[in-house]
Design a protein around this ligand. Structure first.
Ligand code: BTN
Length: 330
């Protein structure tokens, strides 16, 4: 089972204490020496965390930098959660590309790659995904599910649902999902998910699930996007702690993934439907070269959209949904 680094464990104890905690007590709790604790504290300070030491009283956390450092995420994650081990990149081409490279070299199920900035961030349908350095939450998760190819798209839905749950539970927000993978808030795009996979025979070898969540981008930057976008900061008027946010999402995803593996896909599809932006609406779906038009009636456990065309309901496994009338986009 993947566990947090020593620095993450020490930071977790300092966060839980909410005040001073002695090196001796932390060493006892972690089953290590006091010098191992002191070394972890020094590593955390080197990364920009403000930790003060008072003689005979112990250590106290005074502040964290506005980064998504692994220890800051690990400190907020349960051992065994998805997201461990966690790899951090101040700069990378794309976390999805790097995750694929690492997965091909044997990186384990649950590993997570997070970046402050991507020079070649990728969206669905070969679109680009951009954000100013240090403002968005950009991460990719490596999953090695025992899954036939027919159910791979359910992972997309699972991640969208985890994002919604995390923002509802901790942020008091109510985002909606535009199938398959876009999160919307106040009618504007808040996040996107890009799932890519490698198969062997008829099953999935590994999947890479990449998430781009607009967090602290300023309204002026959002105004320059091709399609209307929103960030959590623009919606709520305050900056968000991205490491905390990532831990919330990974925690929700771990629970949902467990349900998925336990065969509760029908329940998950229903929960997903409750957040759907398009349920019951007339939509146009671009499926490869095909354009289909009908009413969105639900979502299958496989992740497919159920589309009713001329009274007949059939699944759409992947595609791009538009709420515009057929004539306007054809
Ligand atoms: C979309 O809405 O089209 C999906 C966007 C997915 C963007 C994320 S950012 C982190 C990860 N790395 C990438 O290159 N893409 C995904």
């Amino acid at each position: 089972m993947a566990t947090a680094s020593r620095a993450g464990q020490v930071l977790r104890l300092l966060l839980q204490a909410g005040g001073e905690r002695s090196g001796q007590e932390m060493a006892e709790r972690l089953g290590c020496t006091r010098s191992a604790v002191a070394k972890a504290v020094s590593a955390l300070r080197d990364q920009g965390l403000k930790i003060e030491a008072a003689p005979r009283r112990g250590y106290r956390l005074h502040g964290e930098p506005p980064l998504v450092l692994p220890a800051m995420v690990e400190a907020r994650l349960k051992d065994g959660s998805l997201g461990l081990p966690l790899y951090y990149f101040p700069e990378i081409d794309s976390t999805n590309l790097e995750a694929r490279r690492r997965a091909e070299n044997g990186a384990p199920h649950g590993a997570c790659l997070v970046a402050e900035h991507q020079s070649a961030g990728r969206g669905r349908l070969d679109r680009r995904w951009q954000s100013p350095k240090g403002s968005a939450l950009l991460f990719s998760l490596i999953l090695r599910p025992e899954l036939g190819l027919g159910r791979i798209f359910a992972l997309n839905n699972l991640v969208s649902l985890a994002l919604c749950r995390a923002l509802e539970r901790h942020g008091g927000l109510a985002p909606t999902i535009k199938w398959p993978n876009d999160l919307y808030l106040e009618g504007r795009k808040l996040a996107g998910v890009l799932t890519e996979f490698t198969s062997r025979a008829e099953s999935v070898d590994h999947a890479v699930v990449g998430v781009g969540l607009n967090v602290n981008q300023e309204p002026a930057w959002l105004a320059g996007l091709d399609q209307p976008g929103i960030s959590l900061r623009a919606a709520t008027g305050h900056a968000w702690h991205r490491a905390e946010l990532l831990a919330w999402v990974l925690d929700e995803l771990s629970g949902l993934y467990g349900q998925f593996v336990d065969g509760e896909s029908e329940d998950l599809a229903q929960e997903y439907a409750q957040r759907s932006l398009i349920l019951g609406m007339e939509v146009t779906v671009r499926e490869g070269q095909n354009m289909r038009q009908g009413r969105a009636t639900g979502f299958a456990p496989s992740g497919a959209l159920l589309l009713e065309e001329d009274g007949v309901v059939s699944p759409v496994h992947h595609g791009d949904v538009s709420l515009l009338a057929w004539e306007e986009i054809a």
